[in-house]
Design a protein around this ligand. Structure first.
Ligand code: HEM
Ligand code: HEM
Length: 166
């Protein structure tokens, strides 16, 4: 995983995912500070639920490509660290997606063209899942920050990692 560039499909999926995840983390956290019936909050929630649901198959595709492409085992300590940091990013994204779907207290509406049934109904469980969703989002946000700082640090010290993802 350390040498060479990522395939064009993986690069496209990385930047598409990065754009969506950054948007959903920032706007989701911001909207969460507004009153529950504020139009901006309900609007962001509806948009993010639609986008996040559409994102699930892209994430599954991306995960599959990563599992399939993992040929060269990491060797140095830095490579191991990067490998596990990336695995954690996948794990946290997966946790955020799963808890997001399971915690829904209404049918899952994907814009105006698809409505999926609400999966669970026990209010206490939904409340717990919502807490896990918010908690996983916080951890994912911290990891993404570390990820971006690591890229900047590598670039500043002459290791051209960004080129592999462009
Ligand atoms: C990578 C994907 C996702 C990210 C980054 C994300 C991010 C967030 C964030 C940051 C919040 C605010 C949490 C807080 O109040 O502290 C939130 C809330 C929420 N998320 Fe997600 N989420 C994702 C996926 C999903 C999915 C798949 C669904 C459902 C299909 C979903 C449904 C919701 C709902 C309903 C809320 C509460 C909105 C509100 O109370 O106004 N999310 N999400
Ligand atoms: C604007 C911010 C971002 C920049 C500049 C960036 C840059 C990069 C670079 C340069 C790599 C290749 C590292 C290497 O293998 O040496 C990479 C990989 C990766 N990035 Fe980002 N990234 C950003 C945002 C994100 C976000 C928001 C996520 C969300 C979870 C993310 C998840 C990943 C993952 C999982 C990998 C491992 C490669 C893969 O499996 O596709 N990145 N990123």
């Amino acid at each position: 995983m350390s040498a060479g560039r990522y395939s064009p499909v993986r690069i496209a999926l990385h930047w598409l995912s990065a754009a969506f995840i950054l948007w959903a983390l920032i706007m989701g956290a911001y909207a969460g500070t507004l009153a529950e019936d504020a139009p901006l909050r309900t609007g962001v929630a509806a948009l993010n639920v639609s986008l996040a649901t559409l994102f699930i198959p892209l994430f599954a595709w991306r995960l599959w490509l990563r599992l399939r492409a993992e040929r060269q085992a990491p060797k140095t300590l830095a490579e191991h660290a990067a490998h596990w940091a990336h695995n954690l990013l996948y794990l946290l994204t997966g946790a955020v997606l799963v808890t997001g779907v399971l915690m829904m207290n209404r049918p899952i509406r994907v814009f105006d063209w698809l409505t999926l049934p609400q999966p669970l109904h026990d209010p206490a469980l939904l409340h717990r899942l919502m807490q896990v969703h918010a908690g996983s989002c916080a951890v994912l946000g911290a990891l993404v920050l570390l990820h971006v700082l690591a890229v900047i640090k590598h670039e500043a010290s002459g290791r051209r990692v960004l080129r592999r993802m462009l």
